[in-house]
Design a protein around this ligand. Structure first.
Ligand code: GLN
Length: 291
């Protein structure tokens, strides 16, 4: 493992950030590829360490940083790692980089299932890297989850991520379009969560190159008005949810009203639109009210 004098490392880092980019991205590379956490770097700056042991040499780190700056490749794809909540997840260009605004989904679920339920069956539709399903399976070891995704590469990444994060088997992975792989679970699901592609076409076209050129279009684009997939999920939910079962969907900042209407048209009650950390109406939750 390359041993780098603290002063060299500090001036190297200052040189890199002077070329452009943001501290968070550079710190991500230094941590996930170089093996030096922000805490360790802090100790170096306080002169508590004379040398720093890195997992790769500075040339390697610099070449990744240059690729990020020159080609716009997200640092998570360059390192193959994304941090989400307290999870360290493998990511590739086959899966969306899990977003911090989605983290709140886990708290919303925990709020909704405070008491009573000992064991429930939940599904994470369009799991991508597995973020939501894995976080829930870890938080609730006695719950049984199924994570689905249409892309078999995503399923592979998500199941590997789960195996790395947990020694339990309370999350299964199935490949297929939204509810399709869940035939066996019709009428048996207590909770379904989805962070589907919901970006309207005209907004997708204006997304930053860093997103548009590297993140999977299939995970972001929701058709002309962004609601194509949200509609499929809501309209089919009644076939799969138990009476009283919950559906929780992440949506675009301006879709709350429309998504709530879709819930109400499909036999959902107690429908609420919830805000994310930035005060944006980001999530819609409701309970299926089967007659
Ligand atoms: N469920 C995954 C996430 O929240 C993937 C979402 C997606 O690809 N649209 O990150």
């Amino acid at each position: 493992m390359p041993l780098v004098p603290a002063n060299d490392f500090i001036s190297w880092k200052e040189r890199q950030i002077s070329k452009g980019g943001d501290h968070q991205s550079l710190d991500h590379l230094i941590d996930s590829v170089g093996g030096c956490t922000k805490e360790k770097y802090h100790l170096i700056k306080l002169s508590l360490k004379k040398n720093i042991e890195l997992k790769v040499n500075l040339e390697k780190l610099e070449s990744l940083w240059n690729q990020h700056l020159n080609m716009g490749i997200p640092v998570q794809y360059l390192s193959g790692i994304s941090y989400w909540r307290d999870l360290k997840l493998e990511v590739s260009e086959n899966v969306l980089i899990p977003r911090s605004e989605t983290e709140l989904i886990i708290e919303i679920v925990q709020e909704s299932f405070k008491q009573k339920f000992k064991e429930i069956t939940f599904v994470d539709l369009g799991t991508g890297s597995g973020a939501i399903g894995i976080a829930l399976a870890l938080a609730k070891p006695f719950w049984n989850g199924i994570a689905t995704d249409i892309d078999k590469n995503a399923i592979q990444i998500a199941s590997k991520n789960f195996a790395r994060c947990s020694d339990k088997s309370n999350l299964k992975f199935l490949c297929g379009h939204w509810w399709n792989p869940l035939e066996k679970f019709k009428g048996k699901i207590d909770l379904a969560i989805a962070n589907p592609p919901y970006i309207p076409k005209y907004i997708y076209q204006k997304l930053p190159e860093e997103v548009k050129n590297f993140e999977p279009k299939i995970a972001l684009l929701g058709g002309d008005d962004g609601l194509d997939h949200i509609k499929i999920i809501i309209r089919n939910a009644p076939k799969y949810l138990k009476k009283g079962g919950y559906l929780l969907i992440e949506n675009h900042f301006d879709q709350g009203r429309e998504v709530k209407k879709l819930f109400l048209e499909n036999a959902f009650i107690s429908v609420k639109v919830l805000k994310d950390f930035s005060g944006i109406e980001r999530f819609t939750i409701g309970r299926y009210n089967q007659k």
